[in-house]
Design a protein. Sequence first.
Length: 232
Amino acid sequence: MLHIISRIFKVIRKKDFFFYPQHSCPKLNLGNIGANWVVAPDKLNSKSIVYSFGVGTDVSFDLSLIQKFNLTVHAFDPTPKSIEWVKKQNVPSQFVLHEYGLANYDGKALFNPPSNPDHVSHSIVQAFASTNNNFEVDVYKLKTIMEKLGHQQIDLLKMDIEGSEYDVIDDIINSKINISQILIEFHHRFESVTVKKSKDAIKKLNLQGYKVFDVSPTGEEFSFILVNEKVS
């Protein structure tokens, strides 16, 4: 109840919005609390191509996918703390970590650390109070990454990329990439990001035939599934 009241106040302050699923389909919730995502299980099997951007220090969602569907997860995170953490874990061979990030261009990006040093998430956008100790990382467009890994399509794409999702969504659309379902954490809670950006991103995906089939209680994690052709 308290989180609903909190969200209502955020909506009043125009830092949040309520959105309801547009499509009904079987759903499966995977991962620990705080790191869980909802997928459409009917679209997944052992041969599915899965890209998971944003590892942090919790791969319970990725490991659940591997256990449930016996598939391979390609995980991506250029953050040193995340890389170090993953290397200390006993993960299966089907969890493959790539030490670079996702952007709407190929090259270098300046990663800004969180204001709380105990937190792991860094951001390309100026989202956090701290601008000290930032560093450069390698980033690539999704199309480039697919070419590097030899994939023609993606069955499941998860993006928790700290505010960079908006530019990446535009690039995905422009690149005409074939993706069956997309999981996105929107970051309109950042001071540098508006609610309108998230609403516009949803509309853009809708026009490509993607419908929302789940929204998390926080209103930040959205699950999209490709249900029809692009609207001309």
